[in-house]
Design a protein around this ligand. Structure first.
Ligand SMILES: Nc1nc2c(ncn2[C@@H]2O[C@H](COP(=O)(O)OP(=O)(O)OP(=O)(O)O)[C@@H](O)[C@H]2O)c(=O)[nH]1
Ligand SMILES: [Mg+2]
Length: 508
């Protein structure tokens, strides 16, 4: 009971800060247009304002179930309970009220357990490559054996794949960045290599991030791109008022991935949704137009003079949703967007929910989409011939993905001199947003840049073709309408002239 109360209080806090954020957005927009004040100033002015969250939820029938695979893991299978939820669960089991000292002790204990777990490289890589810690085939293996097996597999992959990587020096800005512990398991590296060979070019992956205001899009992008957990000055973020591209290059062992995350302004109750949709869709289609034009120019050149085209089309959309259901505006947005881009749903602000709520909401979001004929990107397409791989690689302790459960933060938490991460602190614990036991953040990362990337890029061709076919059809319809209009005009003129001649003739 007390646990639930804590969560509700947390949610209330959350909604207040979300309300503040919405208010800040309108204040900032007004002030920006009137007196061009800086965003920081404007946000601080708006800091004490409150506004209500006025989401309306969509009405639906409670039948049908989209979940095709059941890869939920029972709680007992999880080697260490998630720290972020540990306190809540204890409290739900009726533990005594704790003093601040007790809470500190518990927090430190949880931190120690977590740190110990982080030190075990094989366990981290198990999560990244998706094999269960209780996987039957590997349960007998020692940690050393697992590492040995992973590195020999890695070497085999490297030997098998002969890469031609285009080392574009201009893009090579992050060359010296040490990659995070969670990033680039051997399997993912090999996967990207194979993708590069398949595509015969450096991978460009452009992902647009969409959702209502204050849901955490910009924070997510910063955390997603910043592998070094750098201290950022803008922990209190201004609202986003335009579409902004944020780029990073992932480069490891000669592999180049140009990652472009596209931040967008969120919508709120005051937004003209039609205009907002037009802006987002206009951005996506302008990239199709540009790509087509550049490709045409290249095709007209001699083969020897042709250059590789940098693909700037939007390959995927991370659509940020919150539980428990998809609201009307999001449903409408999703219906329109799915005509232009592959959509991967995100259950955002994951720290607002209990583990049970997370699983339930994920299911509900999928059902709502299904009922409303919204088709999310389906990972089964990636692993068509190997369904067992899908279950193995996309395993989350928080129920099937997508939707991916995401907690975002750019608050740097310094545990020791060498240990730093982006996280959120609560009175019951600390959350490391990239810890696979706290959210699906890293599972999303590895899925996006690894498993899903080629499929997303290929699907962009399908969406592009469909866009141009649709455009052609509309042009034809317009031409027909023009012809009919001209015909009517001509017929009108003709009958007017005939009537005139007839009356003249009658008079004479
Ligand atoms: N509790 C919690 N707060 C979050 C989370 N993600 C972001 N926030 C906070 O929510 C506030 C708004 O975050 P932003 O990233 O600016 O939200 P946004 O979606 O970009 O908002 P707009 O730019 O207005 O569309 C900030 O104070 C963040 O620190 C999260 O996962 N959990
Ligand atoms: Mg933003």
């Amino acid at each position: 009971m007390k646990g639930n109360k804590n969560i509700q209080e947390n949610n209330r806090c959350d909604m207040n800060s979300y309300g503040d954020h919405k208010k800040k957005k309108s204040d900032v927009q007004q002030q920006a247009s009137k007196i061009s004040k800086s965003f920081d100033q404007a946000s601080s002015e708006a800091e004490n304002n409150n506004a209500n969250d006025d989401d309306s939820f969509y009405d639906w029938n409670k039948n049908g179930n989209l979940e095709k695979t059941n890869i939920d893991r029972v709680k007992s299978d999880i080697p260490q309970t998630r720290m972020i939820h540990a306190q809540i669960e204890n409290e739900e089991e009726g533990e005594e009220t704790k003093t601040p000292e007790d809470e500190d002790k518990q927090r430190n204990k949880m931190f120690q357990q977590y740190e110990m777990r982080k030190e075990e490289p094989s366990l981290v890589s198990e999560y990244v490559v998706g094999s269960s810690p209780k996987d039957e085939s590997s349960s007998e293996q020692s940690i050393e054996e697992k590492i040995k097996e992973a590195s020999s597999q890695h070497e085999r992959n490297i030997r098998n794949v002969n890469l031609e990587v285009n080392n574009n020096q201009n893009l090579n800005i992050n060359q010296n960045i040490e990659s995070s512990k969670y990033i680039y398991s051997s399997e993912i590296q090999a996967h990207i290599r194979m993708k590069e060979q398949e595509l015969k070019k450096t991978i460009s992956l452009n992902i647009i991030v969409i959702g209502k205001t204050g849901i955490g899009k910009s924070t997510f992008i910063e955390a997603f791109l910043n592998e070094k957990f750098e201290k950022l000055n803008n922990e209190i973020r201004p609202t986003t008022i335009d579409i902004i591209e944020k780029k990073a290059v992932r480069k490891e062992n000669g592999i180049t991935l140009n990652l472009n995350m596209i931040d967008t302004p969120g919508y709120d109750a005051d937004t003209q949704i039609a205009q907002w949709q037009q802006k987002i869709i206009g951005y996506i289609t302008s990239k199709f137009e540009k790509f087509k034009q550049v490709k045409k120019e290249q095709d007209n050149k001699d083969a020897s003079k042709q250059q590789e085209i940098q693909d700037q089309r939007v390959h995927g959309c991370l659509y940020f949703l919150c539980g428990p259901r998809i609201n009307k505006v999001d449903l409408d947005n999703l219906k329109k967007l799915q005509e232009y881009v592959s959509i991967i749903p995100i259950l955002a602000r994951g720290d607002s929910y209990t583990p049970e709520e997370v699983k339930q909401y994920k299911k509900q979001l999928r059902n709502d989409a299904d009922q409303n004929k919204i088709f999310f990107f389906d990972p089964q397409e990636v692993f068509q011939d190997q369904p067992e791989k899908l279950n193995k690689l996309l395993k989350s302790p928080f129920g099937s993905v997508p939707p991916f459960l995401i907690i975002s933060s750019i608050k740097q938490i310094q545990k020791s001199e060498n240990q730093v991460f982006y996280g959120r602190e609560y009175k019951w614990g600390i959350c490391d947003i990239k810890n696979p036991e706290h959210s699906d953040f890293m599972l999303l990362y590895t899925s996006l840049i690894g498993y899903f990337s080629t499929k997303l890029i290929k699907l962009a061709d399908v969406y592009q073709n469909s866009y141009f076919n649709q455009k052609k059809k509309q042009q034809k319809i317009k031409e027909k309408e023009n012809k009919i209009e001209k015909g009517i005009l001509f017929a009108g003129l003709f009958s007017a002239a005939a009537a005139y001649i007839y009356t003249k003739f009658q008079k004479n």
